[in-house]
Write a protein that binds this ligand. Sequence first.
Ligand SMILES: Nc1ncnc2c1ncn2[C@@H]1O[C@H](COP(=O)(O)OP(=O)(O)O)[C@@H](O)[C@H]1O
Ligand SMILES: [Mg+2]
Length: 244
Amino acid sequence: MLLKLEGVTKRFGGLVAVNSVDLEVEEGEKLGVVGPNGSGKTTLYNLISGVYMPDEGRIFFEGKEITNLPPYDRTKLGIARTFQIPRPFGSATVRENVAIGAMFGMANAGVDEALEMADDMLKLVGIYDLKDKEAKLLTPLEKKLMELARALAMKPKLLLLDELLAGMNPANINEILELLDRVKKEENIAVIAMVEHLMHAITKFAERVVVMHQGMKLIEGPTMEVLNDPKVIEVYLGEKLNVG
Ligand SMILES: Nc1ncnc2c1ncn2[C@@H]1O[C@H](COP(=O)(O)OP(=O)(O)O)[C@@H](O)[C@H]1O
Ligand SMILES: [Mg+2]
């Protein structure tokens, strides 16, 4: 078991953003986490990556308790994430932004090595030609690819992708899904988990899906089974899901 959450709860004032969630993630698993806006997906990620400490419950990574470990230490253990809204170091170059990942992640690289790793990751995600550009000049899509390269440069065991695909067109989405497959093979990253509303992408990407609803885990199981479950269709406001 790579990651384990036991009864994890996070409150913001009176609001229970994540409500007693149990979750287990195996090494190498491709897990999809879906749910309507406000259902607690990003908060769940923040709890796993250490941005927030839970009010209740415990979190384990490779059997070691990390419930109250700061984000920096979790990064060192191999937990990397992308942000729903990327916040790059704007005046640094793309290459420098990605190298920072290599220096602070599991890779723990020195500067020269980190810059080399940055180049490799930029090639992998397909934006190597932008390496000397200031990060703030990138398009939103390019920023997301840079975020992905930065997270990969950390050499994570668990990669948390928060709405990486949101706002992308179908061609870009397919490209990224193929890229993630390639990354999983080439970089031997144990786990890629992912938060998306995009059902098409989820069916392509995930072997297993967890559906969040009002901070709770509504249902989990094999992707197609879960997405065709009447409870899940109801949560998405009766919307008929096109999962074909
Ligand atoms: N820092 C915060 N302070 C107060 N409320 C928050 C904070 N972060 C999230 N929330 C609330 O927690 C709930 C879950 O939010 P979030 O985890 O962002 O959901 P999702 O990512 O599924 O859209 C929402 O009601 C949101 O308004
Ligand atoms: Mg979110």
